[in-house]
Design a protein around this ligand. Sequence first.
Ligand SMILES: NC(=O)c1ccc[n+]([C@@H]2O[C@H](COP(=O)([O-])OP(=O)(O)OC[C@H]3O[C@@H](n4cnc5c(N)ncnc54)[C@H](OP(=O)(O)O)[C@@H]3O)[C@@H](O)[C@H]2O)c1
Length: 413
Amino acid sequence: MKGSFVRVLLNLNYIFYSNTNNMHKKPNSSRRAFLSKSVKASALLPFVGSPLLASCDTSKAALPTIKKEGPLKILILGGTSFLGPHQIKYALERGHQITTFTRGKTKPTVHTELFDQIEMLVGDRNDNLEALKNREWDAVIDNSGRQVAWTKATAELLKDKVRLYLYTSTVSVYYPYYTTNLKEDKELVLAIPKDIEEQEQRYYDYGVMKANSELAASSVFGKDRTIVVRPTFMTGPADRTDRFMYWPTRLAKGGNIILPGNPQSLIQYIDVRDIAEWMIRLLEKGTTGTFNGVGPASDMTLPAYVYGAHAAFGTKVNFIPVENLTFLKENSLFFLAPWVLPGEKFKGMSRVNIDKSVVNGLTYRPLATTIKDTHDWWYSNAVTQERRDKFEQSEKGSIRQVESVLKAWSSRG
Ligand SMILES: NC(=O)c1ccc[n+]([C@@H]2O[C@H](COP(=O)([O-])OP(=O)(O)OC[C@H]3O[C@@H](n4cnc5c(N)ncnc54)[C@H](OP(=O)(O)O)[C@@H]3O)[C@@H](O)[C@H]2O)c1
């Protein structure tokens, strides 16, 4: 059971998929016309005069300034896995220019047609930042930050060449989640406590690394030029994990479906496109500061999540409530209840405060849209039949596993 706990937690982590494809391409001059109207309109949203915007330092004239109107030159450290392709799509639609920086290994699975409209630099955050030298951008988005030293190195290299540094962090910086209503100004754990078990250490690893990386970015760029976004579990097309695939695939088929866990438990998630698009808008507005990247807009219980997800399909379903956490634990079914983990340390995990982010422009698409789009992506050519079969057909795949657990549950009466 400990193992499945670790899996759930580590699934918050960044998963790297490698292939041998060389993605280096030349920039294409034909870019879409800039949607100045939408940018002008968004600039009028409630941020004008807000303390956040006021804190944006405009005194450093030597730096390229962030343009309030007109296209931005945006560098994405990363850009080809899950979050990146959605950022690229939205940014191109709004007329911005994109450069990515990767090792050239990870192949995008969505919006692949857009990658000949961007510049793709090749290097390695471990030991080769050559391609980033002597270049200027309006903003950098650090998606691929996996080590504090990586973020420190790119921040230092780019600090006089780029106006804004957006660091993609995570709500895992709040671990252990002893309290609820977690706000951005909560003090973070910056060192892994000594003398703890290996498993506990793994819980801390990711959050502590991300918290220190946030600090590395802001100490080099200055708080007035740094944006930190802390997403919760991201879901949507191009996910490299299968952790969100149970509900879209199972609800689409209909029949007997487990409704797991305490019906009062709250859950939080965010559509990857809501995060991606909001990040681009933060750059357009030059809104600096730290923000939780969390949804949905209002408290959502687990049954509300499942019913909301089912709204994407017209199937006949029969929900079977299984509240017994011990039974779910014994059968490694925590992944079904989107991360309603028991224990004091997880108390606030799905109670992250969203007020500051919403005031600063985070918006949410409906859950049913997220689920339907994820379902359609899963059954498209973007996903291999082998991956689908592994998840849906194999004995150890989630779907078959849950079916056998459901039988065991029924036989218990
Ligand atoms: N998924 C979630 O639910 C979740 C939740 C909270 C926070 N986050 C955070 O969200 C971020 C988004 O990750 P993403 O994978 O979706 O971003 P992405 O920008 O779409 O892809 C990550 C990129 O990193 C590149 N990369 C990996 N190792 C590299 C290296 N050594 N040097 C240069 N580039 C390298 C990969 O390309 P190559 O392999 O070709 O180098 C890939 O393009 C991560 O920081 C993660 O911690 C994710």
